[in-house]
Design a protein around this ligand. Sequence first.
Ligand code: DC
Length: 224
Amino acid sequence: MDYKVVAIDGPAGAGKSTIAKMVAEKIHYTYIDSGAMYRALTLKVLESKINLEDTDAIIEVSKKVDIDFKDRSIYLDKELVDKQIREERINKNVSTVAAIPEVRKNIVGIQRRIAIGKNVVMDGRDVGTVIFPNAFIKFFITASLVERSRRRCLEIQGTGKHADFEDVKNQIENRDYIDSHREDSPLIQADDAILIDTSGQSIEEGVQEVIKYISLHGGNRNAL
Ligand code: DC
């Protein structure tokens, strides 16, 4: 059986995960959030009171950590941690943890294992370049920094919290910088990825665009 991977990469706040989830639903593929695994590892590191500068200790944790992703939920040591991995302390530190090459090697192993034997839509930063370089189809979804910051502010405000636009913009810019400048598998558009800019686009328009390309590639034609 020939399983297919739809790879969706791009910077923080571009709408990747929302689009990826909706696309997966429409074409009946399994959605996998590759960033959630770095977030779960970061949670484990913080809970273990490991200093973020102690790279060796972080690598050790990444070798043994029990991370799973099932039915759109992330489990750390068999415990559901969907909420915890979205906390501010994780947003602030995840890029540092994800920049360690040995950590990436271990997490990529987990990401490949979770996807095995399924048709999947996976979103992240290096899905099409490193995790699945032979993916059936690759997308690079982006949007302007201002647009991404505006969306993130709305998301925070939606949870009843206060969001300062400049603070949010600085944090996204900082995360983009670390993700794009790290030595190991930086965030870049794969040569064969289709670029989609969602600035000024609704989520539904983004979803339709992605599905149109999947269909043209011989994916699920019934989804159109
Ligand atoms: O998509 P996200 O914001 O949940 O990702 C969190 C962090 O994890 C992101 O700042 C970089 C890292 N990441 C990565 O390095 N490679 C991936 N495939 C996915 C995420």
